[in-house]
Design a protein around this ligand. Structure first.
Ligand SMILES: Nc1ncnc2c1ncn2[C@@H]1O[C@H](COP(=O)(O)OP(=O)(O)OP(=O)(O)O)[C@@H](O)[C@H]1O
Ligand SMILES: [Mg+2]
Length: 263
């Protein structure tokens, strides 16, 4: 069976700043190839500016790469239009570091989740209220919180709502870009546990983007390490964590903020 997502030779650059006679393009993603199988989680790791978000945006179809291909379920994402494009948008959902982006500050958070159901025509209008309650339950939130506005929730609760909104469309792939980076350590662990539950209960595949290799250790089946736009190492999580091949991966491992002997 073909991979759910197959990225091949992806390149993306931006106009670099500087005087016109020296102006070159800054390469953000440089010849990146990777794949994600159905129901699997890939951790995409690298320091700030290594091109992780740019790669994520190319996969989501939000940024157009200059070269390369993104095949989702066997179809080139860049060529999608009309119905096929909206079906892709239903099946591939982003979760960002800042959940405010997916929540309207004026609305009770339940309405934001309901909006996702309405938008993609999931379920009948009659049973959508029950679905919103189920989704709150699914992400470990008291459904009574659905009536609250986002500014009255904690950061962790808001991220749970954003995850519920992403799950509303019953996606096959979630692209989570630094989803726990803005949260306290203890809340980070809770959200990571939630991602692991979703993986085992719903079988949804994910790309989990983070600058912290320690974060993906438990969440991902495989790890891809990015450095200056290139993928320098990919492999099963155990292999990359246990026997890293690239010096840069070793640097990231050494930066994990906890005593290794407790791991
Ligand atoms: N819209 C843009 N215009 C110009 N340059 C950009 C743009 N977006 C990203 N870049 C540049 O591309 C490179 C990769 O950026 P990107 O945001 O993908 O990195 P990242 O790995 O996600 O970093 P971070 O961990 O800080 O989020 C950086 O040098 C960045 O300055
Ligand atoms: Mg980023």
């Amino acid at each position: 069976m073909a991979e759910l997502l197959q990225v091949t030779g992806l390149c993306k650059s931006y106009p670099a700043a500087g005087p016109w006679f020296r102006r070159r393009r800054a390469v953000a993603v440089d010849d990146v190839s990777l794949s994600v199988a159905r129901g699997r989680t890939l951790g995409l790791v690298g320091e700030s500016g290594s091109g992780k978000s740019t790669l994520g945006r190319c996969i989501l179809g939000l940024t157009r790469p200059e070269r390369g291909s993104v095949l989702f379920d066997g179809t080139e994402v860049q060529d999608l239009s009309g119905k096929a494009r909206s079906e892709f948008r239903r099946r591939v959902q982003p979760v960002f570091q800042d959940p405010w982006g997916s929540l309207d500050p004026r609305w009770p958070v339940g309405r934001s989740v309901r909006e996702a159901l309405d938008c993609f025509g999931i379920g009948t209008p009659r049973d959508r209220a029950a679905r919103v309650r189920d989704l709150f339950d699914r992400v470990g939130l008291d459904p009574a919180l659905a009536h609250r506005r986002p500014d009255t929730l904690s950061g962790g609760q808001r991220q749970r709502v954003a995850i519920a909104a992403a799950l509303a469309s019953e996606p096959d792939l979630i692209i989570a870009d630094e989803p726990v980076s803005a949260l306290d350590m203890s809340v980070q662990a809770q959200i990571l546990n939630l991602f692991m539950d979703l993986q085992s209960d719903l079988g949804v595949a994910a790309i989990f983007i983070t600058h912290d290799l320690g974060v993906v250790e438990h969440v991902s089946d495989a790890v891809a390490v990015m450095y200056r736009g290139r993928l320098v190492e990919t492999g099963d999580t155990d292999q990359v964590m246990g026997a890293p091949r690239h010096d840069y991966t070793r640097t990231l491992l050494a930066a994990i903020p906890r005593p290794r002997h407790l791991a």
